[in-house]
Design a protein around this ligand. Sequence first.
Ligand code: IMP
Ligand code: MG
Length: 174
Amino acid sequence: MMGVQLKVLIPEAEIQKKVHELAHQLAEDYANKHPLALCILKGGWIFFADLIRAIGISVECDFLSVSSYGTGTVSSEKIRLRSELSSCPTGRDVLIVDDIADTGYTLHELQRLLYAQGAQDVRICVLLDKPERRKVPVHLDYVGFTLPDRFVVGYGLDYGEQYRHLSYIAILEN
Ligand code: IMP
Ligand code: MG
């Protein structure tokens, strides 16, 4: 993209250190629980893959494709489920794993849906949180980094389907 520059906000080593801290905490909290870990696609995939491998306890994995953004940087209130769970959340300890809590619409709605489907406990783990952007309340159980209101890319997060492959988090500057 012309005229767009990336400024590193969180380097790879810092992300990896944080992922291992979160994984350590999760391993303690979910010991003997065999949770259902739910990766929210597409943004959550790299974080999920690193986190799950670092947890080191038995975890069932499932994937849900959700979109709220179109191709730009503006969130929408309505989330769209583009796939269904292949597992049944009824009676399960569910851990939602996503890239970022922004307006909160996605996580708020997913948590509601999972409880409506009979999940016993639904916790949320995000790598990034932008609390200033919140439109609906959502309790985040595990948070990697709290960020100011800036649009970020990398480590799964995109802008117009670009930059997901970066192993660091960057701010997009015009
Ligand atoms: P929500 O606004 O909290 O519902 O967030 C919806 C989704 O928007 C997140 O899961 C991300 O995939 C995406 N998103 C929010 N903020 C950013 C950002 O700064 N960069 C890239 N994607 C973002
Ligand atoms: Mg997302």
